[in-house]
Write a protein that binds this ligand. Structure first.
Ligand code: FAD
Ligand code: UDP
Length: 377
């Protein structure tokens, strides 16, 4: 009889399974996909190019313990991510920074705005667009309105079907306006890509004599929950269940479906060594897609072909992949009902982006698994 069941072989499930296995526990990990790494899954195509079919994934973290843990399972390649956006025909860095400012405004006005930003926000600092559009200084407000209109508003409407204001501040804080010439997308201490890819890294995390892997296996078909008891293969399960899938699926949608955004990815191989001037170009105010990623640039690979991916966001239907939880107050309240229901099951632990309905990056997924490991009974 299994002592620990982990549902999901993404970063969350793999990390908790490894920690438990190293502690001498037998763990069975289920994933309904045939692949490892959840949404960070990647493969090498026939031209030797690493492709991430569930969207561009770049590793970055401030957490030394997360970096050190993952470093046991992969070598790294240094990689600093840079993104450009097309603003009125000019490609400018995103996050919108002092270089972007100088490209978008006449020199004298750009200089004046820079000085005010340095004074009000701070040299080298950054601020959320929503605090800048609300700023008491009228020059900052007018600058922020330009940035809001050209960088955030339409992109956010495409991506989420909502305005930046109705989404809640945390989403906009992911990509703040930067009062510096640093054109990197992330400022974290550790920024790198696993040399053999994310799936290879997760494969190494899960390679342990105490971990049994069941791929192409929908755990929900084996599990049911009723009156505080978890049933596994129709028998009461006395072990511990760690669940990283959709929480509403686990509870048979009893309070209704939680809203998500999904993406349609269009992947194309191009007969050219380089398609665009940056790894990612954001289409912030035009086109139906949000961004174009060029995978050879993530790997700093020089090939005679390249692979690009366009992302078309849409509302997530029941058959679509739930990529992004939508953190509005209303949705979080609905999530709360499921979370309360989960508390009735003493041997159930929720973990990860779907089960926690949280818009988290890979490093946070690993960190949360560390925290769960410390608290599991
Ligand atoms: P997931 O990766 O979603 O894994 C959950 C797994 O559970 C899946 O494999 C699923 O098949 C499995 N599962 C679900 N239900 C069942 C079931 N009933 N039975 C069996 N298996 C089941 N993070 C970054 O740090 N950097 C980035 O650049 C980045 N870019 C991203 C781009 C996109 C488009 C998206 C969608 C996410 C991005 N992320 C990025 C976030 C990253 O994907 C997540 O933080 C991370 O994958 C979370 O891992 P997880 O294990 O919680 O969830
Ligand atoms: N965003 C935007 N314009 C940009 C980049 C980001 O409006 O050029 C907003 C948008 O709402 C997006 C959010 O900031 O969904 C977070 O961006 P991030 O790049 O972190 O998104 P992810 O990589 O998770 O899709």
């Amino acid at each position: 009889m299994e002592k620990f069941i982990v549902v999901g072989a993404g970063l969350s499930g793999a990390t908790i399974a490894r920690l438990l296995a190293e502690d001498g526990n037998d763990v069975t990990v289920f994933d309904k996909r045939a692949t490892l790494g959840g949404n960070a899954y990647d493969y090498v195509d026939k031209n030797g190019i690493t492709v991430q079919p569930y969207g561009p994934h770049i590793f970055h973290t401030e957490y030394k313990d997360v970096f050190e843990f993952l470093s046991r399972f992969t070598e790294w390649r240094d990689y600093e991510h840079r993104v450009l956006a097309n603003v009125k025909g000019r490609l400018v860095p995103v996050p919108f920074n002092l270089t972007s400012l100088e490209k978008c405004f006449p020199a004298a006005r750009a200089d004046r705005i820079r000085k005010i930003l340095e004074q009000e926000v701070g040299e080298g600092k950054s601020a959320s667009i929503l605090t800048l559009t609300d700023h008491e200084n009228p020059e900052i407000r007018s600058f922020a309105e330009f940035v809001y209109k050209n960088i955030y508003y339409k992109y956010t409407k495409k991506q989420w079907g909502l305005s930046p204001e109705s989404l809640g501040g945390t989403v906009m804080e992911r990509v703040p306006v930067s009062v510096s010439y640093d054109d990197r997308y992330f400022t974290d201490a550790y920024q790198c890509m696993p040399s053999e890819g994310f799936s290879a890294m997760v494969n190494n995390i899960l390679r342990h004599p105490r971990i049994k892997l069941r791929l192409k296996a929908d755990a929900k078909k084996l599990l049911s929950l009723s009156d505080g008891v978890i049933f596994y293969k129709n028998k009461p399960f006395r072990g511990t269940l760690i669940y990283t899938g959709r929480i509403e699926e686990l509870f048979d949608y009893k309070f209704g479906q939680l809203p998500y955004r999904t993406l349609k990815f269009k992947i194309k191989t191009k007969n050219t060594a380089s398609y665009q001037p940056a790894a990612v170009v954001n289409y912030t105010a035009s086109k139906p897609y949000t961004r174009v990623s060029e995978f050879t640039k993530f790997a700093c690979e020089q090939k005679d072909k390249t692979v690009i991916m366009r992302e078309y966001p849409k509302k997530c239907g029941t058959k679509d992949m739930p990529y992004y939880p939508i953190p509005t107050e209303e949705n979080l309240a609905l999530y709360g009902k499921y979370a309360d229901e989960a508390k009735n099951y003493k041997n159930l632990y929720l973990l990860g982006r779907l089960a926690k309905y949280e818009y988290i990056n890979m490093d946070v997924a690993v960190r949360r698994a560390f925290e769960l490991y410390e608290n599991i009974e």
